[in-house]
Write a protein that binds this ligand. Sequence first.
Ligand code: MG
Length: 300
Amino acid sequence: MSLLYDVRDDRFAQLTHSHARLDTLWTGGRWCEGPAYLAAGRYLVWSDIPNDRVMRWDEADGSVSVLEQPCLNHNGHTVDGAGRLISCEHGGRAVSRIDYDGTRHVLAGRFSGKQLNSPNDVVVKSDGTIWFSDPTYGIDSDYEGNVAVSEIGASNVYRINLDGTIDAVVTDMVQPNGLAFSVDERLLYVSDTGFTHQPDCKPKIRAYPISADGEMIGEGHDVAVSESGLFDGFRVDTNGNLWSSAADGVHCFSPSGELLGKILVPEVVANVCFFGPKRNRLAICATTSVYSIYVNARGL
Ligand code: MG
C-alpha cells in the first residue's frame, strides 16, 4: 500500500495517477463541508459550518477568502444548470439560491406546513428539479446551527419540483445525507449517516430507482457499506464510479458497488467534488482542511 492510495482492484490504477500528490488548498476550519465549483468564475466554495462561513478558493491565484459570514450555517452546495449557487442552510433550515443580482432566494423551507429540519446536501437533476436531504444535524445542537425539535419528526429526502412544490421522495432512512444521480439519472444514490443516532444503522450508500420522468419507482437497495466511518457527501464520475467521503479518505466504488480503492487523507473526510476546467481534480473537504488531487476521471 502506498502512502497515498489503498488499491483494492486493478481498475483503480486507471482512475488515479501514481505520481499525483495530495495538495492542501487551505486549512483552518472546524468542519469543512459542501464543496462546489463555480466554473464561470473559476472558484471553489465550501462551508466551514461551526464558524458559520462560506469560503472561496480562487483557481487563478490559489488565494482563499471568506465569501460570506455569517451565512446561516451553510452545509452542502451545488450549482444549477444556469450556474447559480444552491445552498443547504442549517441556520435558515432551508434550501436557497443566490440569484444573479446576489440576493438570497429561498427555494424550500417547509414541507406540509412544517419547518424543515436542517437541509444537508443537494443535487440538481438535468430537468431542473432540486433534490436535497434533510437530517437533523443542524438542529441537534448549537454547534452547526440552532438547537430545535424537529417539526416533521422524520429525516427525508425531498424534491423541489419546477413549480416550486415539494415532495418527499425517500422516507426510509434514519439520517439521509449525501446524494447524487447515476450517469443516466435512473438511480438516486443517497448515503445514510444514521449510525450517529442509531447504532444499528449501517453506514451505507443506497440506490433508489427513478423513472424517465423523475418519479420514484421502487425500493432502494444497498450499494456500498463503509468499512471506515460514515459515508457523508459523494460524487459520481462520467463512467458512473462513486467517489465517497469516509473516515480514512475517499473511497472509490464501481457503479455496482465494488470498492476499487481509496485515496488516503490525514483527516476525516466529509464531502468531495470534481473541479477545474476538465473537472478532473477532486476537492476534498476534510474536517479542518480542504485538500485536492488530480484523478484520471471526470466529474459528471
Ligand atoms: Mg453531508
